[in-house]
Design a binder for this molecule. Sequence first.
Ligand SMILES: Cc1cc2nc3c(=O)[nH]c(=O)nc-3n(C[C@H](O)[C@H](O)[C@H](O)COP(=O)(O)OP(=O)(O)OC[C@H]3O[C@@H](n4cnc5c(N)ncnc54)[C@H](O)[C@@H]3O)c2cc1C
Length: 460
Amino acid sequence: MKIIIIGAGPGGYETALLAAKRGVETVIIESGPVGGTCLNEGCIPTKAFCKNAEYIDQLHESEAYGVGKIDFTLDFQSVIERKNTVVEQLKSGVESLLSHKLINLVRGRAFFKDQHTVTVVSDSGSEDFTADYIIIATGSVSASLPVPGADLPGILTSREILDIDHIPQRLCVIGGGVIGLEFASIFRSFGSEVNVIEYCKDILPRFDSDLAKRLKQSLGKRGIEISTQSQVLSIALNGNEYEVNFSRKGKEERVVADKVLMAVGRRAALNSLNFTEVGIETHARGVKVNDFMQTNIPHIYAIGDINGLMMLAHAATFQGIVALDHIMGIQNEIDLNVMPAAVFTSPEAASVGMTEDECKEKGIAVKCLKSFFRANGKAVTMGETDGFCKVVVASQAKEGDMQLFPEGQILGCHLYGPHSSDIIQEACAMISRKATLSEFQDVIHTHPTLTEVLQSAIHG
Ligand SMILES: Cc1cc2nc3c(=O)[nH]c(=O)nc-3n(C[C@H](O)[C@H](O)[C@H](O)COP(=O)(O)OP(=O)(O)OC[C@H]3O[C@@H](n4cnc5c(N)ncnc54)[C@H](O)[C@@H]3O)c2cc1C
């Protein structure tokens, strides 16, 4: 058997490595650097910045830790260089993994010649490849707003802001989703005055509303101005200043900034290949797939951001496993609905499974158990007590209603506070194994650790 994978992001390259491990010959085609958005302009560079931001915050708070005031000047060029070094290190790691004898990494831009042939065009010419199966993993691109001024020179996307040559004094972030808030939090720590403009009722529209409200307050305390229910109407450039005009509850308002970051989400890269010409069905969100990531053409699969199901690096990787298992006739127990997500703001937030609101909408009887970081010994020692943990558990359905989940089954977990992105993993393990409260209660947690916040919530 032979497989062609188009795109070497976390969807494509991880699938190629697994295929090779299983003895399958794979051609992986990449038009840019290996690692895709995640490694080159997404997860990794932003998290390198997050570390700098955390370090800077701690230096500012040195007196609170009893070590006196520490004077320092931020060398932003070094911050950028450190980020680039981190990316290069990981990229060379991926390149070396892809040098496996069963993997042929082809550099160039791919397009479908027909349903069985992929042509790769590069500086050295063009070449056709055929295989039994083709996996598309060509990712997504930044979206923009259809408003006057959105295409003004100097309006940044998440890609450009990673290589900005100075810290803007005033940064306006359009979009209070995960990417927008991460940059808002980072640049606030770097010293910018930050305004976030969000269209929806709350920041992080897909997250638990309780969590979103509290995280908004928390970011507000750090000086990040967040305007929700605000629709951007236009952007203008006056000299060196951008003026972002928006309407909030019927009133027109404006933010003046030195830089504007457009962070209104991402869309599947539907023009990355000639999908329609070869008959691959798409819809507004991306390439249409079934539960096995199979397109309408049975030997062609689409994984990761390109199918628009869940734009996360680990989602891309696990969808790749699902696709490969399906190709190879291997059964697995992967539940792609139990997909953890983290927001690397300060403090962090994370979520997995169903929210309380979602359960209400679906008529699922639940109870919510909560605990707070301020009562967690480790968080107090760290001086990071802002945050909570909320666990959503199936309760007894009202008379006449269907009991959709066994009473006590853990359905969701939502938290914000230090290291939420790590803590969520334990809840994820429990939810994916359909564990109940009593099963969780038997698990011993090390003391003093932040994971005890989960234990405290579970014990009510
Ligand atoms: C700023 C930012 C921060 C993020 N942070 C996180 C995070 O913390 N955690 C998380 O889980 N996710 C995060 N994401 C999302 C994550 O980066 C994506 O979900 C993930 O990269 C998707 O993986 P993928 O393999 O589907 O596509 P990609 O990583 O986009 O890879 C697609 C690859 O296909 C190549 N390609 C496209 N067309 C062709 C063609 N015709 N021929 C050959 N090659 C082609 C591209 O060059 C690219 O390398 C972040 C994204 C951004 C923008």
